[in-house]
Design a protein around this ligand. Structure first.
Ligand code: 13P
Length: 251
């Protein structure tokens, strides 16, 4: 069956020292606790290696927030999936709405990034989600289906290695959480789409996380929905004190 996952996305918020301190705080907070989900932190490139080192011996998995679409070579400033994997990191967020919005990431590019991630043994956390206008015009399902098309270029085997995050853009960092019913509607829609594209087993085995102003106070209700398998957390992942209650929402 599919995994339950609570993953942090630190975005561009932590220096190297702050990242190590946050990872250590989280490791200490988790020590000796029995948790009922996988725990992941995705950090800025600058701290992936140090965080991977800092969380050794804990259950915390580490990831990056993006990777290059290229394998290696003269691509100044880029970080390849193999470099990320070389730190011990196991995950990479791909297609976050902030990458789509500020860096023009589209399906063609994301297909290459997916291939790089998978070729290097990283688990992609692939983000989809509509903007406010698309929700208001009721076109969000076709928008999400269009974003899923990048994943649908993968074989069933490779698709099965991916985690999906539904992040309605209007709910990110705004304090406006999708209601659990709104989130569940989209998660169920995504799972039905996967079943149609591959089959029911693949759909049932896919972890679909919710992201967008998820916090300790709303996580229990979101995670109680049948098709919500965890969260991708921004702001509330920046302190162990606010991240832990979300992890502990999985009773
Ligand atoms: P917030 O939790 O800050 O709304 O961010 C969500 C997000 O974008 C995670 O990737």
């Amino acid at each position: 069956m599919r995994k339950k996952i609570v993953a942090g996305n630190w975005k561009m918020n932590t220096t190297l020292q702050e990242g190590i301190a946050l990872a250590s705080d989280l490791k200490n907070a988790l020590a000796g606790k029995k948790v009922n989900c996988d725990v992941v932190v995705c950090t800025p490139f600058i701290s992936v290696a140090a965080v991977a080192e800092a969380v050794k011996g804990s259950i915390i998995g580490v990831g990056a927030e993006d990777c290059s679409a290229q394998d290696k070579g003269a691509f100044t400033g880029e970080v390849s999936a193999s470099m990320i994997a070389s730190t011990g990191a196991k995950y990479v967020i791909l297609g976050h709405s902030e990458r789509r919005q500020y860096h023009g990431e589209n399906n063609a590019l994301l297909i290459q990034k997916l291939q790089q991630a998978l070729a290097n043994g990283l688990t992609p956390i692939f983000c989809v989600g509509e903007i406010k206008e698309e929700r208001e015009s009721n076109t969000f399902k076709s928008v999400i289906e269009g974003q899923m098309a990048a994943l649908y270029t993968l074989s069933a085997e490779d698709f099965g290695k991916c985690v999906i995050a539904y992040e309605p853009v209007w709910a990110i960092g705004t304090g406006l959480t999708a209601t659990s019913a709104q989130a569940e509607e989209v998660h169920a829609f995504i799972r039905a789409s996967i079943a149609e594209k591959y089959n029911k087993t693949v759909a049932d085995n896919t972890s679909i996380l919710y992201g967008g102003s998820c916090k300790g106070s709303n996580a229990p209700e979101l995670f109680a929905q049948p098709d919500i398998d965890g969260g991708l957390i921004g702001g509330a992942a920046l302190k162990a004190d606010t991240f832990m209650p979300i992890i502990e929402a999985w009773k």
